[in-house]
Design a protein around this ligand. Structure first.
Ligand code: TEU
Ligand code: CA
Length: 571
């Protein structure tokens, strides 16, 4: 049953007779005004989990040379910047998020000269390199911490958070680690406890200590000097803790370890975080570098704060709430309007290395691939910067370990079977149908997903209807339409429960997008081209969606994108 839904009409009625075809995208360079946008506002970012991307030496662990060998693939996909999760020397307790040397590369991933070559080869392809900086904590094997715990008088003692217990065997307070268990570990040698928001092997740095701040600023300068274009700042909300050590409020329910859940009120999101971010941004500005924030927030107003007063903090605080949205036109529409109206440049992510893969998370269990295609079209046509996660472009699924003994992520081992950890979203990239999906010539550190024979970049690269081809076309359209780069975002048909549609406008360039978030065909009246835009030139459609007689007929989970031109009567 076709449900009719009409875009609010306030414009000229003028339709071209163009059919549902994918026209050759116009080169936005012709006659378009030069954009004042910064590169990172136009760029498509791509998160790489190096351990799982491509293994060049057969040890089953992805590495830097493996990434270099896939730069042409990334270029062809249309990627402008790669964010690599940590490759610094690390005992790998938390797979690199426990750093023991901030100015080197762990031998399992390669060497500093391999890194330099990666940056150079990426730059040749117009791809910038962003690193993942673990600013909140180090490994307990970092020389700073080894010294800090050696004595109460150690030079680095105050680089970490040490406190006396409240009494024999009593912890300093009730704080727990987000990874389960107490956030305080006793250190008998100096008869104090040290604080860790994450694992005990990840002692928190004391950001109230100027020496810590300066050391971290110098780390960023060191990498800027090697051509890094910026950083994704890890767990920035956790940088500061309440100096009075006030107990957290206890919440109903249990945490990962089965202990009473807490509101980590005195361990995260303290206002001092913004002082540190302003300082880190000041250093970044010396090198015209950018800062991406791992900013898990509970509201858009909280997210807005990470841009900073007059944008003096991070350029790209990630909207991670987006990953938790229900896949429905009303839910998506409401959230997008709030983020788009928040005053900063939106940064939309649909997945990362910590959450179940987007295909499963937004999927309904029956149309997951179709829904993944709609999410791709949404993320790549919204106003803002998209950050993709490796494998999303080929529709990779979450593949959890089947037995506890197979679990690599310590959180999964701790919380099994309630929570199986994050291995499921970190399985090796599926390149082709050869041995281990072309990821390694050896034994992969995590099993390759069983669907790799058919779900892989090589097969999909030959299939015009694959999600990989859709990503390539979408990114191509995005790069060549000013409206999708710096254009405004105007929601259309805002009462429609099934179709999410909007208009992007930049000068005379306009693009209309209509996405069917339902399993039924939907019609959207195209009777009024918004605000004087007309002559739709179809850029991309899926499932046979098309403009027919003044209406957009959307297939189930159909996508329709068209370029419009301002009419002479436009206001
Ligand atoms: O995750 C951080 C993380 O989970 C916290 O940001 C938490 O969600 C937030 O503080 C809640 O307010 C990052 C990495 O992405 C993850 O892989 C690491 O395990 C973790 O930090 C520790 O470095
Ligand atoms: Ca901290």
């Amino acid at each position: 049953m076709k449900v009719r839904s009409t875009w609010a009409t306030a414009g000229v009625v003028a339709l071209c007779s163009c059919g549902a075809h994918t026209s050759a995208v116009r080169d936005v360079g012709s006659g378009a005004a030069a954009l004042e946008q910064d590169w990172w506002q136009r760029a498509v970012f791509y998160e790489i989990y190096p351990r799982s991307f491509s293994d060049s030496n057969g040890d089953g662990i992805g590495d830097l040379d493996g990434i270099v060998s896939k730069l042409d693939y990334l270029k062809e996909l249309g990627v402008d910047a790669i964010w690599m999760t940590p490759c610094f020397p690390s005992p790998q307790v938390d797979f690199g998020y426990d750093v023991l040397d901030y100015e080197n590369i762990d031998p399992m991933y390669g060497s500093l000269s391999d890194f330099d070559r990666l940056v150079s080869e990426a730059n040749k392809r117009g791809i910038r390199t962003i690193l993942d900086l673990v600013v909140n904590h180090t490994s307990d094997k970092h020389p700073w911490f080894v010294d800090s715990r050696s004595s109460r008088a150690a030079a680095h003692r105050d680089w970490y958070v040490w406190r006396d217990g409240k009494g024999p065997g009593a912890l300093p307070n009730n704080w727990t680690s987000i990874f389960g268990g107490p956030a305080w570990t006793p250190d008998p040698a100096t008869d104090q406890y040290y604080y860790h928001y994450f694992f005990p092997q990840q002692p928190d740095l004391n950001w109230r200590n100027p020496a810590v701040q300066n050391a971290m600023f110098d780390v960023t300068r060191w990498w800027y000097g090697r051509g890094v274009a910026g950083f994704r700042l890890d767990a920035v909300d956790a940088l500061y803790e309440d100096p009075q050590l006030r107990d957290n409020p206890v919440l109903p329910g249990e945490d990962l370890s089965g202990a009473p859940r807490q509101e980590h009120k005195y361990q995260t999101k303290l206002p001092e975080v913004h002082d540190a971010l302003r300082a880190l941004r000041h250093v970044a500005d010396e090198s015209r570098a950018i800062l991406i924030g791992e900013t898990w927030t509970d509201s858009v107003s909280e997210l807005r704060e990470y841009y900073g007063v007059s944008r003096t903090e991070m350029q790209m605080p990630m909207d991670l709430m987006f990953t938790q949205l229900r896949f429905s036109a009303p839910a998506l529409r409401e959230h997008i309007a709030a983020v788009d109206g928040a005053g900063g440049w939106p940064v939309y992510v649909i997945g990362n290395h910590d959450v179940a893969r987007a295909r499963d998370r937004y999927g309904d269990g029956q149309h997951d691939l179709d829904i993944a295609k709609v999410m791709a079209a949404l993320q790549l046509t919204l106003r803002g910067t998209p950050i993709m996660y490796y494998g999303e472009e080929i529709g990779m699924k979450t593949t959890d370990p089947v037995r506890r003994e197979d679990v690599k992520d310590p959180i999964g081992r701790l919380a099994w079977p309630k929570f199986k950890g994050r291995d499921g979203e970190r399985t090796p990239m599926q390149w082709d149908a050869s041995h281990e999906a072309g990821f390694t010539s050896g034994v992969p550190w995590l099993p390759v997903a069983p669907d790799y024979q058919s779900l892989n970049a090589a097969v999909e690269g030959r299939d015009p209807d694959s999600i990989l081809e859709l990503y390539r076309r979408l990114i191509g359209i995005r790069r060549t339409h000013q409206a999708l780069l710096d254009g405004t975002y105007t929601p259309l048909a805002e009462a429609d429960p099934n179709v999410l549609s909007y208009l992007r406008v930049s000068g005379d360039d306009a693009v209309a997008v209509a996405l069917n978030t339902s399993a039924s065909p939907q019609d959207v009246d195209f009777d009024g081209l918004q605000r004087g835009y007309a002559f739709p030139e179809t850029l991309l459609t899926t499932g046979g969606s098309a403009l027919r007689g003044g209406r957009i007929s959307l297939a189930p989970f159909g996508v329709w994108i068209a370029a419009l031109r301002r009419t002479s009567s436009a206001n």
